[in-house]
Design a binder for this molecule. Structure first.
Ligand code: FES
Length: 112
């Protein structure tokens, strides 16, 4: 497991980006639950964000790709609007405990 940050470093309604080895990913906290996704838009295969740690829309209720504005549900990663509607962000396994938010070992059969 790889420790990404402390629980207090990801407040409710916030997002935060990380680079682990060469894997770009981000975390979002919604209603207390932490979600982790690969930082890769299914539309063009590029990073979702332009500004550091900004992965959400203005209402902080959807994940947004900064390039063409695709919107994704936080809890499933499904694109609900934009050029890649119906596609999904790649979810990554993560876990939270009192010591931190952790990236779990990745399934080696998947390509990240
Ligand atoms: S690259 Fe994300 S919407 Fe086009």
């Amino acid at each position: 497991m790889i420790r990404l940050c402390s629980p207090s470093e990801l407040a409710e309604g916030q997002s935060r980006g990380f680079l682990v080895d060469s894997l770009a990913l981000f975390l979002v906290r919604k209603e207390g639950t932490v979600y982790a996704y690969r930082n890769r838009c299914p539309h063009r295969g590029i990073n979702l964000h332009w500004q550091t740690d900004v992965f959400l829309d203005d209402s902080a209720s959807l994940i947004r790709c900064a390039t063409h504005g695709a919107l994704f549900l936080i809890d499933s990663g499904e694109c609900v609007a934009g050029p890649c509607a119906g596609q999904v962000l790649q979810a990554l396994p993560c876990q939270e405990d009192a010591q931190g938010i952790w990236l779990m070992p990745l399934d080696q059969t998947n390509e990240y």
